[in-house]
Design a protein around this ligand. Structure first.
Ligand SMILES: NC(=O)c1ccc[n+]([C@@H]2O[C@H](COP(=O)([O-])OP(=O)(O)OC[C@H]3O[C@@H](n4cnc5c(N)ncnc54)[C@H](OP(=O)(O)O)[C@@H]3O)[C@@H](O)[C@H]2O)c1
Length: 356
């Protein structure tokens, strides 16, 4: 198959390129930056990939028609990963890239008559959270999106709005589409590679540097994870599966509660784990104190991903079994992520318990 990927130079994108090329597919990367492309090519070559089935196409979500001068040749599937992924994004900027840009990608899929695999996030499966934000799942067109942006912040609100607008576009044009809803991404199951810009890296960094004295939330709160290589495998499988479900929630049900996650990570990092809980509401109020988010290196927006909601992943599990994509054990990829974190810092980690 020939697959066009937006966001190919990002953390998930580079592992998706690797997986698809290893499976023998042709990959076209839609990129806007030569330096990111050079890094991606370097990564793929390091992994022993022969590059003749890889090509790049200049494009930008922020430009009309994605800045494409002509339509790309035969494409059987577009995977849309590209997004502005940062905290404190102004509504206009977040919308411009993540909503308008996503609709441009969907329009390209319509013109090319190919499958669209788009990446939203696991919060789209948390209906209580959506309704707390004022989103009516059955009538999303009635949503006051500016209010959602004020409540959730630019990144999260634009990801939610983009998913609803893409679903509407897909339904209106009868597109063949799959929505992937990933949990927070963890490092590669064996190398543990985790980009420093990833939220889990920020959590490990706070734990390592003693900035995490208390556990946000209650013992029921959790932050579900998925290792980047498993997510790449699921996305790759959804590009070509004949009867892929229209929505795939990709998270590891064996992720423990946040206290358990922090305890395991602290052990792997060789640091003490926080033991006492701090209600999320209290933490948010503290983070409203000017300067504190910077000092503690916690963006108030990031707390929204720590919730008590449990999810039904039975549909994804059936798909993973059919596609032969087993998830590695939680301790294996968390330990690998912590080891990689310590290697980057040039420090020794803590106790090693699994043979990852
Ligand atoms: N990581 C997670 O925990 C997680 C969880 C759930 C969902 N997701 C979603 O998964 C997707 C990928 O995440 P990631 O972690 O791989 O993000 P990432 O590392 O920040 O990568 C973002 C990618 O988007 C590209 N991009 C940004 N703005 C663009 C524009 N205007 N035009 C074209 N390309 C643009 C970037 O290209 P440049 O190299 O040019 O900057 C980069 O390739 C995002 O949609 C994110 O919302 C991520």
């Amino acid at each position: 198959m020939t697959i066009l990927i937006t966001g190919a130079t990002g953390f998930i994108g580079k592992y998706l390129c690797l997986t698809l090329l290893q499976q023998g597919h042709e990959v076209q990367a839609l990129t806007r930056s030569q330096s990111s492309l050079t890094q991606l090519i370097g990564f793929l070559q390091q992994q022993g990939i022969a590059m003749e089935r890889f090509s790049a196409l200049e494009g930008d979500l922020e430009k009309p028609e994605l800045g494409l001068i002509t339509l790309p040749g035969r494409i059987e599937c577009i995977v849309h990963l590209a997004a502005r992924f940062a905290w404190n994004l102004p509504e206009h900027d977040a919308r411009h890239t993540n909503v308008t840009g996503s609709l441009r990608v969907a329009e390209l899929a319509r013109q090319l008559r190919c499958r669209l695999v788009f990446i939203s996030g696991f919060m789209l499966a948390n209906t209580e959270h959506l309704s707390r934000l004022g989103i009516n799942g059955s009538h999303p067109e009635q949503t006051d999106w500016s209010r959602v942006y004020r409540r959730a912040g630019g990144y999260e609100a634009s990801k939610l709005e983009s998913a609803f607008r893409l679903r509407e576009f897909v339904a209106r044009h009868g597109l063949d589409a799959v929505e992937i809803q990933p949990a927070t991404v963890a490092g590669h199951r064996s190398t543990g590679e985790l980009d420093p810009a990833q939220p889990l890296h920020g959590l490990l960094d706070n734990l390592y540097h003693g900035r995490m004295a208390m556990i946000p939330g209650s013992p029921d709160h959790w932050l579900p994870l998925v290792p980047v290589d498993s997510l790449a495998q699921v996305i790759a499988a959804s590009c070509e599966a004949n009867h892929a479900p229209d929505t795939l929630l990709v998270l590891d049900q064996n992720t423990p509660n946040l206290a358990g996650l922090l305890q395991a990570a602290a052990q792997f990092l060789g640091k003490p784990a926080p033991r006492r809980h701090l209600p999320i509401g209290v933490m948010k109020a503290l983070l409203a104190i000017p300067g504190l988010p910077g000092l503690l290196k916690v963006a108030p927006e990031s707390l929204a991903f720590i919730q008590t909601c449990r999810f039904d992943t039975s549909r994804t599990e059936r798909f993973l079994a059919q596609q032969n994509v087993p998830l590695p054990p939680f301790a294996q990829y968390l330990e690998a992520s912590c080891r990689h974190y310590c290697q980057r810092l040039g420090v020794a980690g803590g106790a090693v318990t699994s043979g990852a």
